[in-house]
Ligand binder design. Structure first.
Ligand SMILES: [Zn+2]
Length: 613
């Protein structure tokens, strides 16, 4: 976990960043009473259900239940890790991040990664310089003449050339003893039979950037017909090819993190070529078929994904694979479509011969997901042959059963009815049979407090089904109220009593109250921060959005004094049921002649009477 000082975040950063200002930097907020609101950046909607509460320094979406403080917002909005998000928030606030020097392990790790990124950057510069050398002329000509790239594009994409000499990297970059090892770690040097040599030789070099614009890998392409046409580095500490997308960084940069659509093309050169022509939203996967992780990443930034393939059978197979990958993770409000270019073209050749408009026209006329699933798939079978027809229907139904959205399922069934010649009702019956055996993502919604996917249920009423839950929800949402009456209400004694009576949740209550005594100025946003990565995080996040109804009709918070009264009532509720149970048990003991129970029974009766009065 973080090597950033926690005290920097909770005591300096969070108190100095107004959440409404930070979020307004990314999306347009509107004032609504004491809160701010807008259409949610995390799910598709027409009317605003995203709300920002300055008094709590928190955001919450009533639609998709995303919630959290400024750091959570940046992590989600920009799909960054925790440390990167903190750095971004600090940059916004004009503050210098304070790193924790004592946690040397993570600091070392940070330094090691930083060295890797720096080294990759130096490699890219080296490849660029070789491209300008006499030996690199052949590479330069390849980019300029064979690919029609401008000098500006070559420079912007930091394209380069790897010479033939197997030791060029050692000669240029290995000045210190550990350097060679680092380049091996990064996959740029490999240990061969005759020693360590450069992985890429006599190839043009295309750097691959991560979402933050750091170089994490290279694609090396031959200029002739020798194989393999493309080489990629292995996975390394900074390069996870299942998660990254070529071209995503540039697409996000140009489109302010919200491209209207992302079009997935097959090759790096396609991305670069259409970008040069003016299409700012093309990406490619990195030497693999499109993965679920890449699709989830794209969904974070856009509502429309277009898969664009060559019209040959390899292209169709790739598209079908993409459809199967995306089916179980489809999301409400996201549009998926497919484009097949004429067999003689790829995106690169199309924009160069016919211009960007021709390419965009193909994208605009893309085939929808249901059409591709049913109609296009039907072309793979001879539907006159009863055997093939049944395989076609079976395959289609199996896929449709995996779609987590019922409206999309309905459209697919409607379309399937045509070519299959089976009525919609019969197809629905088949679908039902299939659904019972297929586990859809929806079945994961039913998770409890202790489970991982807490956000799904947060905000719903049954979070608060026990008084203890209600109490803890109040504490995390109103920490200032709690700390203001901590001694007056003898909360330490209260906790001890709860523990003695074995009330479920007492241990967590004790832990959460402990945090309040340590941080009397706690805000809900800080609660999230202090518990991040601890055993309390899940509980705190889960309860943060529980509906306690502490708002007035105009949307503001009820007065401080009323919140104290509310707190007192919940405290009573927590003890009342267990006390009544105890009184009942003591009564039975008394009736059996156990006079020792008399005193305790009397005391409990008095407490119950006083509280009911
Ligand atoms: Zn939302």
């Amino acid at each position: 976990m973080p090597f950033i000082k926690k005290s920097f975040i909770t005591e300096k950063l969070l108190p100095n960043v107004a959440i409404e200002k930070l979020i307004n930097n990314y999306v347009q907020l509107k004032k609504a009473g004491s809160n701010y609101t807008c259409c949610c950046p995390f799910h598709h909607e027409k009317t605003p259900s995203f709300s920002v509460t300055p008094s709590k320094q928190m955001f919450y979406c009533f639609g998709c239940k995303e919630h959290g403080n400024v750091i959570d917002f940046v992590m989600k909005y920009k799909n960054l890790g925790f440390v990167e998000a903190v750095e971004e928030v600090a940059q916004f606030a004009g503050m210098e991040v304070e790193y924790d020097k004592s946690s040397s392990h993570s600091k070392d790790e940070y330094d090691r990664l930083k060295e890797y990124y720096d080294l990759m950057d130096r490699c890219a510069s080296l490849f660029s310089s070789y491209l300008k050398s006499p030996e690199g002329q052949v590479g330069y000509n390849y980019f300029k003449k064979s690919r029609g790239l401008s000098d500006e594009t070559i420079q912007k994409c930091r394209l380069g050339f790897a010479p033939a000499n197997p030791r060029y990297l050692q000669d240029a970059l290995c000045k210190n003893p550990g350097d060679e090892k680092k380049l091996i770690d990064l996959g740029l040097l490999v240990q061969g039979q005759y020693g360590v040599h450069a992985m890429y030789r006599n190839r043009v070099m295309i750097p691959i950037f991560d979402k933050r614009g750091r170089i994490i890998s290279f694609g090396g392409r031959t200029m002739g017909d020798d194989k393999p046409k493309y080489m990629n580095t292995k996975e390394t500490a900074i390069y996870r090819k299942r998660q990254e997308l070529f071209g995503l960084y540039e697409s996000l940069l140009v489109n302010n993190n919200r491209p209207q659509r992302l079009v997935v093309v097959e090759g790096y050169m396609d991305v670069i070529s259409v970008r040069q022509a003016g299409c700012s939203y093309a990406v490619a996967s990195l030497g693999t078929a499109t993965t679920p992780e890449q699709i989830q990443t794209m969904f974070r930034y856009t509502d429309k994904i277009v898969f664009c393939y060559d019209g040959d059978s390899a292209g169709r197979n790739a598209a079908w694979h993409a459809l199967q990958t995306i089916t179980p993770i489809m999301q409400e409000g996201k549009e998926i479509s497919f484009v097949f270019l004429p067999p003689e073209h790829d995106p690169d050749s199309l924009v160069r011969e016919k211009g960007l408009d021709a390419f965009v026209k193909f994208l605009d006329d893309a085939m929808s997901y249901p059409e591709f699933l049913v109609l296009h798939n039907s072309q793979s079978f001879n539907l006159q042959d009863p055997n093939e027809l049944s395989v076609f229907i079976n395959n289609s139904i199996k896929l449709i059963a995996q779609i987590p959205l019922s409206a999309v399922q309905m459209v697919c069934i409607k379309l399937l009815s045509g070519p299959s010649g089976i009525s919609e009702n019969q197809l629905y019956d088949m679908l039902k049979d299939n659904k019972e055996t297929v586990k859809t993502p929806k079945s994961e919604d039913k998770r409890s407090l202790d489970n991982t996917s807490i956000e799904i249920k947060s905000g719903s009423k049954d979070i608060l089904k026990t008084p203890m839950r209600k109490l803890m929800a109040f504490i995390v949402q109103q920490p200032i109220v709690v700390s203001s009456v901590y001694h007056e209400f003898a909360l330490d004694t209260f906790v001890a009593l709860c523990k003695r009576m074995n009330i479920s949740g007492s241990e967590h209550l004790e832990g959460i109250l402990q945090l309040i005594t340590e941080n009397p100025e706690m805000t809900p946003a800080n609660f999230i921060e202090i518990t991040r990565g601890t055993e309390y995080e899940k509980t705190v996040r889960y309860l943060m959005d529980a509906p306690l109804n502490l708002v007035t009709t105009t949307g503001g918070e009820i007065p401080f004094k009323d919140r104290i009264d509310y707190f007192a009532v919940i405290l009573g509720e927590v003890l009342m049921k267990p006390l009544k149970d105890r009184a009942e048990a003591l009564k039975i003991q008394l009736s059996q002649g156990n006079s020792n129970a008399l005193e305790e029974h009397g005391a409990i009766q008095r407490i119950i009477r006083n509280n009911l009065g």
